[in-house]
Design a protein. Structure first.
Length: 293
């Protein structure tokens, strides 16, 4: 097992990626905030399966956390993350400081309109500006590459893809399927906050998505009915709900009161205590989180 080289500066990351391309190979990029699990590893595996020389970033980005969110307690374990990535064959890891990503005098923000308005955008003001700002910087440093993201944060992938297209960045954004535990719970770094009883309650997200998926498979197309099936499961178990909503799979435009005529994303964000969990399924495209639909 070869340990990945650890890069700390933007200059070192840029030079490393340029050297890969100078060797007539292509770069695969896996941006993360660390606390890696099988979902993150699947992104590295997808990159390596393409034959790409793969670099991951590990950076807990302060600009995407609100003032009352979990930035300070977000799990961090660089040594464990490096060991995990080494097992997958990742060649390099970019692990910058906050000062490296946001140097003194920093005054530039990247913002995407429209796609950031629904879903999480209503409840986490400024969150997506933080995401797009840091990802745009990472893309600018890495240069031409394929970048891999998980569909568990469906809105984030849509926003990053829009930003990449609008700014004509030389990056292919690759969306990879949500990875789940055998019981259907979507893998998340925040799952480690959950005690066993809370983790059992968290399964209500998968149950809600399954209920809607099963109804859709039976022919139900009323957006309000489908949303209601998911909402009732989540409301029975979670402490607080930010949203259970249906949106157009491409534009994320809300579909309340409509009959579905094409694939739609059913997205959920809810809390157990102070732990916020998200999940989604694209009706008409994705399998149910619990199978059978």
């Amino acid at each position: 097992m070869v340990k990945p080289v650890v890069l700390r500066s933007r200059e070192d990351l840029r030079a490393w990626c340029n050297n890969v391309r100078a060797s007539h190979e292509s770069v695969g990029f896996v941006p993360t905030m660390g606390a890696l699990h099988a979902g993150h590893r699947s992104l590295a595996q997808a990159s390596l399966a393409r034959g790409l020389v793969t670099v991951a970033s590990i950076f807990v980005n302060p600009s995407q956390f609100g003032p009352n969110e979990d930035f300070d307690r977000y799990p961090r374990d660089l040594d464990a993350d490096l060991a995990s990535l080494a097992l997958e064959g990742v060649a390099a890891v970019f692990a910058p400081s906050v000062e490296e990503m946001y140097p003194a005098g920093d005054s530039t923000t990247v913002s995407v309109r429209n796609l950031t308005t629904p879903f999480c955008g209503r409840f986490r003001p400024g969150h997506f500006d933080g995401v797009t700002t840091v990802v745009a910087r990472l893309f600018a440093i890495v240069g031409p590459c394929a970048a891999f993201f998980g569909k568990k944060d469906y809105q984030q992938v849509a926003v990053i893809r829009r930003m990449t297209t609008d700014l004509a960045l030389p990056v292919e954004v690759v969306a990879c399927a949500t990875v789940r535990d055998p019981d259907g719970l979507a893998m998340s770094s925040r799952n480690r906050y959950l005690a066993p009883e809370a983790r059992h309650r968290a399964l209500s997200l998968a149950r809600g998505l399954h209920a809607a998926s099963a109804a859709y498979a039976r022919g139900e197309r009323d957006a309000d009915v489908l949303r209601g099936l998911a909402h009732s499961e989540v409301a029975s178990a979670m402490d607080r709900i930010d949203y259970v909503e249906l949106g157009d799979a491409d534009s994320l435009a809300p579909l309340a009161g409509q009959m579905l005529t094409k694939p739609a994303v059913l997205a959920i964000a809810a809390y157990l205590g102070t732990t916020r969990l998200i999940d989604n399924v694209v009706l008409g495209v994705d399998a149910s989180p619990l199978g059978g639909a």
